[in-house]
Design a protein around this ligand. Structure first.
Ligand code: NAD
Ligand code: ZN
Ligand code: ZN
Length: 346
């Protein structure tokens, strides 16, 4: 089969690899029909994720058709159409029993990281019974590719950690795929205002189509002042960080009003300055975390009903064998006006 293989920082190749085989009774082999590229794959290419080693097939998102199942699989059979979760869950360990699948003792985020991933014609899914979801007939599969990672991430680590309530003023820093998915899922909780903050005017313009009520371009370095001005000097109830830089975390901690919640979603490579000397007397909460994908069943229902439409984030489509080209487009997302790219292999 063909697969996209990591060859060390900055290097990927689309090459012939052995088709994966069942290794344990709890495995399934899935033929990928649609996959995508994540901001995290770019972090891997940048050398920021040292657990990914030379030869690894990348990718942790996608949908497909079950090709083969191990003898211990009860919920799936060959021919079933499935959504692949970016997080593998054994379903049995203490963390899985608490729905903290991110910390599964024999799983967590391993696909396209510690084991071969989904940017290939076939993938092996460990603990398939608890790591795959049936695709309801008639559901838009491009929408579901967004449910492997970015929608659960945005909902769990952004919106739910941030405790978005009806009537809240919410600021989201970062209008990339994760920030946009946060914008769409926050609206499930009816906030009064959603202020989107980014450096890129095109993305800010797009965010208005997705429900942002105000936008702030932070390239002048005065995002905090602009947000305070938009909120009569008060600040926001919820600030969601969806970038992963010290400067964007700093914006979030400076715009919180008393009782505010700061939900950090971005993956940080450098330490941030936490201004506890100012935050303590504002009675704020700060949260952060790795997605568990425990909200996937609920998100599936909201997609089925049309309440959220994740497919709106898809800007580009390529056949799977043009994935090298797709990486080029995704790497130059601002210039290419790209948000999410779909790689299809039907
Ligand atoms: P992205 O790089 O596509 O988007 C980031 C956005 O931030 C871009 O639109 C960029 O213009 C904007 N930005 C950059 N600097 C800025 C600044 N100074 N002020 C305002 N905006 C700025 O990333 P993404 O794919 O949307 O992911 C966002 C973050 O979420 C990444 O750090 C990613 O690794 C992380 N992530 C976390 C989890 C988790 O489980 N916690 C899961 C998936 C992704
Ligand atoms: Zn991802
Ligand atoms: Zn587990």
């Amino acid at each position: 089969m063909k697969a996209l293989v990591f060859r060390g920082p900055g290097k990927i190749e689309w090459i012939e690899k052995d088709k994966p085989k069942i290794q344990k009774p709890t495995d399934a082999i899935v033929r990928i029909t649609k996959t995508t590229i994540c901001g995290t794959d770019l972090h891997i290419l940048g050398g920021d994720v040292p657990t990914v080693t030379d030869g690894r097939i990348l990718g942790h998102e996608g949908v497909g058709i079950v090709e083969e199942v191990g003898s211990g699989i009860n919920n799936f059979k060959p021919g079933d159409r499935v959504l692949i979760s970016c997080v593998t869950s054994c379903g049995r360990c203490d963390y899985c029993k608490k729905a903290m699948y991110a910390h599964c003792e024999d799983g967590g985020w391993i696909l396209g990281n510690l084991i071969d991933g989904t940017q290939a014609e076939y993938v092996r899914i460990p603990y398939a019974d608890t790591s795959l979801y049936h695709i309801p007939p008639g559901t838009d599969e491009e929408a579901l590719v967004m449910l492997s990672d970015i929608f659960p991430t945005s909902l769990e680590i952004g919106v739910i950690h941030g405790e978005v309530q009806p009537g809240d003023v919410v600021a989201i820093v970062g209008a990339g795929p994760v920030g946009m998915a946060t914008l769409l899922t926050a609206q499930l909780y009816s906030p009064a205002e959603i202020i989107m903050i980014d450096l890129d005017d095109y993305r800010l313009e797009q965010s208005k189509k997705f429900g942002a009520t105000r936008t702030v371009n932070s390239s002048g370095g005065n995002a905090v002042e602009q947000v305070l001005e938009l909120t009569d000097g008060e600040g926001v109830d919820v600030a969601i960080e969806a970038v992963g830089f010290p400067v964007t975390f700093d914006i979030c901690q400076q715009i919180l009003k008393p009782g505010g919640r700061l939900a950090n979603v971005g993956v940080h490579g450098k330490p941030v300055d936490l201004h506890l000397e100012q935050l303590w007397l504002k009675n704020v909460k700060i949260t952060t975390g790795l997605v568990s994908t425990s909200t996937t069943p609920m998100l599936l229902k909201t997609v089925q009903s049309g309440k959220i439409q994740p497919q709106r984030l898809v800007t580009h489509r390529f056949p799977l064998d043009q994935i090298m080209q797709a990486y080029e487009v995704f790497r130059n997302a601002a210039k290419e006006k790209a948000m999410k790219v779909i790689l299809y292999n039907e």
